[in-house]
Structure formats: structure tokens, C-alpha cells
Design a protein around this ligand. Sequence first.
Ligand SMILES: C[S@@+](CC[C@H](N)C(=O)[O-])C[C@H]1O[C@@H](n2cnc3c(N)ncnc32)[C@H](O)[C@@H]1O
Length: 374
Amino acid sequence: MKFFATAASGTEGALKDELRALKVKVKADRGGVHFEGDLVDGFRVCLHARVAMRVLVEVVRGPAVGEKGLYDLMRSVDWREHLTARHTFAITATCKSSQMTHSQFIAQRAKDAIVDQLRDYTGQRPSVDTRDPDVDVVLRLVRDQATVYLDLAGEPLHRRGYRRSTVDAMMKETLAAAVLQIAGYTGEDDLLDPLCGAGTILLEGALMARNIAPGLGRRFNVERWPNLEADTVSAWAALREEAQAAVRPRALVRLRGVDVSEEALRATRANAEAAGVSADVSLERTDARHLRPDRDRGWVVTDPPYGDRLAAKPLQLAGFARQFGEALRGFRGHTVAILSGNPMVSRSLNLPFTFEHTLYNGDTECRLLRAQIA
Ligand SMILES: C[S@@+](CC[C@H](N)C(=O)[O-])C[C@H]1O[C@@H](n2cnc3c(N)ncnc32)[C@H](O)[C@@H]1O
């Protein structure tokens, strides 16, 4: 089977490394990583990849010129293998540089083809459920070439199942995991996020430190698919058990979250509880500009306010960054990694950055910067 695991722009390399570690043959591409294997490999990636957003398995690929071309391509698939009248499904379509230009219309025609075929074969039709379908069909049309996939996870993989509480300007769990991995954090060292917000970086670090597979707290749509072989289902159960058995009872490192906002700390606490790592994280309400290290090594990983959604004034932001940078320069022996969406903030921190990587937080182009504080 051919798979495509999607990842946010700039994190494809990190995903490729993860998939290699999971022993699947990979090829990185824009927006994700291709790999080959069977449904057990696909499930393993859903369970273990911290950076993947979706895991898609290819159903068909071919020319789909105009409405009829698309309809015919969709009907060339035997949908009885993937759907029954007892299962619900949904189609998401995207298109680029093609004769058909309306993604909703494309999805509608593709749906008609599936429903018509199943009705012809079985006399019954599956229902569409756009909210929580059993089978999620993903259709991409580029220059009149369509690729049709099924989405193994359903809900995107950044939804680990632990986010109970939110704050402004939170990052996705998959981005936080990518930031840690690209910076080089492995979960084997102390970690501090001095502007922790809802705790996303801290909690992704805690999952790494406890060796908790990111998908262990949730289910995947593939588990609801029809025609699953008993061997596949038992192999999945074995993968979950193996992942559960590999969880460390306690983190061997200190995970520390700091924020000035009591609301942010409450959110982190609730999320840590849901992730099962509350005993591993210590939280304190402090102004990050006044932080002092109490260890002689470790990691500081954080994303300072960028000034977009937080409506901070540029001068205030620069002033904050200067003072925050001064505090960070006191963290001798530490590695500091900053995700910044604002070059002025990066400059004002005035840290000896020696590593830079571009990635995107939603639409915002960001730099991941790393400095070793001597
Ligand atoms: C961009 S948000 C961090 C979001 C976080 N990474 C997440 O995913 O939830 C920045 C955080 O910095 C906190 N903050 C702003 N100024 C601060 C200061 N002087 N000291 C400590 N925290 C501060 C805010 O309360 C906010 O929670």
C-alpha cells in the first residue's frame, strides 16, 4: 500500500526521521512523507509519529479531466472494499490548476460516483456524515490528475486527546513536537518553557520523556473501517499493548512550566492531567524576565508572543524581548530554542544563535533558533 503522511511546511524532514526510526521506507516531499507498507505500518505511524498531521493511504491515482473524467475515475475503484451501507463517509476535495475549479462540486461528484456504484452493486447506499464519518475520503486534483486517499486517523493527529483547556495563540501539538525534535531535544534532559501558555511544548516534551506514544490516548478511524482482517486487528492491539508497556512510570527529567498568567497555568494543569503527566511537570507563576536557572544544564524551549494576535505594541514587544533575552543569557550550560514569528523579537533577544530553521505556525512563517548559552 502507498501512504502519504502529511506534515506542516518545514517539518517534513522531522517526520521523515521519525518514520525512518519506525522502520518504514520513506521519501520526503512537499507537505509530507511518502511511505509504503501495510495497514499495520499505517497504524504504527498513526500511533507513534509525533509530527504527522494525517496518514493517508492511496486508493487510486489517475487522470480526471472534467466532471465525467472524475466520475469515471471514482467508479473505477471497487468501493465495496472500503464501504458498506452500514458505514458513513465524507469526502474532502482540494484542487489546483485543473479544468474543475470548485472543490465542493468536485467532492459532490466524487460522492455521487461512490453512492451510484454501491447502489448498483448492492441496492443500498452508505450515508454521508461530514462530522464524524467512519471513512474519510480525501481527493486531491492537481493539473487534472486526481489522487484519492482514505485518511487512517480521521481527526487530525495533532488532536492527541489531552487538550482540555486552551489559551490564545496556542500552537498545535504536532508543531510543538516538531520544534522539540528539530531543535534536538530528545526527552533525556530537563526542559523549561518560561512562557508556557496552555503547555503544549512542555506536554509534548513530557510525552517524549515518559516515552508515551502520541496516539495512545485516542482512537483512529481506520479501526472502524469495514472488511478488516482479524490478523490486522490483532496486530494493532499488540502495537497498542507494546506502546503501553514501553511507557516510563515517571519522567527521569524535570519538566518546568512558567507563565505570568494564572489562566494559562490552569490550562496547562488541566491538559497535563488529561495527558497523564501531571506528576511529571512543575508549574509556577513567574515573570519570565526575572527567571534564574537553578540547574547547571538543560533545555529552554519556548515561543514568545509574536505581536499578531496578542495585539502587543511593537515597542513593548521589543522591550519584552530584550529583557527576556537578558534573563536567558543567565542560563549558562543550557540550550535555548526559540520559535519566533517576528524577526524584531528574534533580534531583540540578542542571543548567540547558531542554528536556524524555517517552519510555519499556521500561515505565519517562523524561525526556530537555537543558542548554546556559555
Ligand atoms: C505565544 S503564548 C505561548 C503559547 C504556548 N506555546 C501554547 O502552545 O500554549 C505566550 C505566553 O507567554 C505568556 N507571557 C507573556 N508575557 C510573559 C512574561 N513576562 N512572563 C511569563 N509569561 C509571559 C502569556 O501569558 C502566554 O501564555
